[in-house]
Write a protein that binds this ligand. Sequence first.
Ligand SMILES: [Cu+2]
Length: 391
Amino acid sequence: MPDQSPPRLSEIVPAESTRLGAPSDRRAFLTNASALTLAIPGLGAALAGCSPAGTERPIDSVQTRAAGSPDSTAAALAQHNSDSRLDSSVLKGARHGATSATPQATRGAAQVAFRRYDPALPPLAPGGRLQLNWHARETPVRIREDTVVAGWTFEGDIPGPIVHCRVGDTVEFTLTNDAEIPHSMDFHAAQVDPKVAFRSVPKGQSVTFTFRPKWAGAFMYHCGTAPVLMHIGSGMYGAIIVSPREPLPVAREFVLVQSEFYLADAANGVRAFDYQKMLATMPDYVVFNGRPNQYIDAAIRVKVGDRVRFWLVNAGPTHACNFHVVGEQFDTVYLGAPPASAIRGAQTWAVAPGGGTCFELLCDVPGQFPFVNHGFGHGQKGSIGILIVEP
Ligand SMILES: [Cu+2]
């Protein structure tokens, strides 16, 4: 087992900040990148990623104006989406200094309390119908006792709330954007036209769409506004768990969302998410449910004889989660939609960024079992917890 002590701030970053640009520059970058995306799909992402000289061509063939109303953002919104299909890997040479440190994301950071993220799978909504009215919020989030991050969030937390439904249920979803920068919602459990449903909404506006999940599984949701890397990397993701119509074996069910944190140095008591570090793909933390090592400090507890089911979503944005439970074996890993495609006796299974997998183990031995990302360069950075099996 590795050393479980979390890394100190001074071990992660140099004491002196050298990367933060002027706040006005950062805001200008983000607002321009997102707003251009709203008005001109493809072009926004391309400009956000290109050099100031703007020598790169737009990467989308969509018309650059909304038909009939060349200057209307509202008209553009009606026709264009969030560019969620424009992967941030196509962004090159983004300007330095882009971080999540918007005024809303940093204000009042000192007053934000640490709160453990409850990993328990919430119960199903009655009647097979979920009505979700969520808000995109830029707000500080305390991820450790000594660390507050400038989060871009769904509903004020990182990850956003766990959604639980069954195959064929109806999910009615509305996203209202309270934040300065445009945001959007992309549910991987949905089959909808992304240009309509997943479009970005500016401050004060809403988008509503309805879907009925077709497959069971652990699915990611995330903001798809360009640059997608920046919006996922700043906290806008979570899990929607779709249970099959036929109940799975009785189990204690938990949800783990792995994600990476790429943080700038602290400024005014807040560490912003840093776009350049996201591109460099060397995270400061890799975590389950938004806080490094939180389930070491407050373990997940079950009883001998319990079947435990982990619904694991890897929000990335970039690295795999190589899931493993020390001292145990998964008696079942569902490669497809549960209960189909189950394999037996797996030790470690990699979950891709943007993917999800359902794991089961039978806890017939008492003890303390670390669950880890067995890619230990990541596990060492916080994607580790303890499953306590009580006699
Ligand atoms: Cu967003």
